[in-house]
Design a protein around this ligand. Structure first.
Ligand code: ADP
Length: 270
């Protein structure tokens, strides 16, 4: 077991009785350290796109008499601005997931609908990467939770599978039920992840190959969001990967019964 740091406060109640109050400061310190790290990496990560945006704005100003050049800078400015927008929205989502223990909108969620809309949300990305996303598996499975948070988690896995796959390859998204656990598996035949990186990729801002991740427009927050979103739902994420062969990320969530009005009608027995 982990060694525990304990703070003690002694209060003399009577000459023969001393009350010793012990409390665990490890957890409090750990959370505080995490918060400090988060603020530090976040400001570091924001500096690059913010710097690029202001440099490009200056470049546009000084190229005012050269319209073709202005157009080139403006295109790059707009790309940097959307990266910045994605980064800030992911930072907000992640800090929201880390901040409270409660899900704001909890209901019975049809997992095939979550998967279908996550696939749709990535259709343009898949098209431009020349990757086809194939969806399959069981329908009519439910989990308890927030459809939007789960959709973002599944969507992040699909977006990564597309981003780290070669043109012309396939990404599979499957749903299965095993021992009351709903499994959503996202499989690609892409670059894969080295064994030493497999645990670390779930840390925020960790990238196995920083140069490549930046080219794919990554923020380094996608998998941290997946992990927190799934844990918040009482589930877990598993990763199987082999460099050069591909990866499978599996989200596992406790299954719940279908809501009564969604169950298939029983045949009339009269
Ligand atoms: P990013 O926005 O950089 O993709 P993520 O948190 O989503 O950040 O992923 C962290 C890192 O994990 C990526 O930079 C990449 O190195 C690696 N990674 C994630 N998904 C895959 C995948 N499907 N195939 C190969 N590498 C992946």
């Amino acid at each position: 077991a982990e060694p525990r740091l304990v703070a003690a406060r002694a209060t003399r109640i009577s000459p023969r009785l001393t009350l010793l109050v012990l409390h665990d400061i490890t957890e409090r310190e750990r959370v505080e350290q995490m918060r400090r790290d988060f603020v530090a990496n976040t400001s570091h990560e924001l500096k690059t796109p913010v710097g690029a945006v202001s440099l490009l704005a200056e470049a546009i100003e000084s190229a005012a008499d050269d319209p073709p050049q202005v157009r080139i800078f403006a295109t790059r400015l707009s790309a940097e601005a959307s990266r910045l927008a994605q980064l800030t929205s992911r930072i907000l989502n992640l800090s929201r997931l880390q901040a409270s223990d409660e899900l704001t909108d909890e209901r019975d969620v049809a997992i095939d609908e979550v998967v279908a809309s996550a696939v749709d949300a990535n259709a343009i990305l898949a098209d431009s990467a020349g990757v086809s996303v194939v969806r399959g598996g069981e329908r009519g499975l439910y989990v308890r939770g927030d459809a939007q948070v789960l959709g973002e988690a599944v969507g992040n896995l699909i977006a990564n599978a597309i981003a780290y796959s070669p043109r012309g390859s396939k990404v599979g998204v499957g749903i299965t039920l095993t021992d009351a656990v709903v499994e959503i598996a996202v499989t690609d035949r892409g670059i894969g992840i080295a064994e030493g990186d497999q645990e670390r990729v779930f840390e925020r801002f960790y990238r196995a190959d920083p140069a490549r991740a930046r080219r794919t427009g990554g923020t380094g927050l996608g998998l941290a969001i997946v992990k927190h979103a799934v844990q918040r739902h009482g589930g877990e994420v598993r990763l199987w990967s082999r460099p050069g062969r591909g990866s499978t990320f599996t989200i596992r969530l406790p299954a719940v019964d279908a809501p009564v009005d969604d169950r298939p009608e029983r045949p009339d027995r009269r």
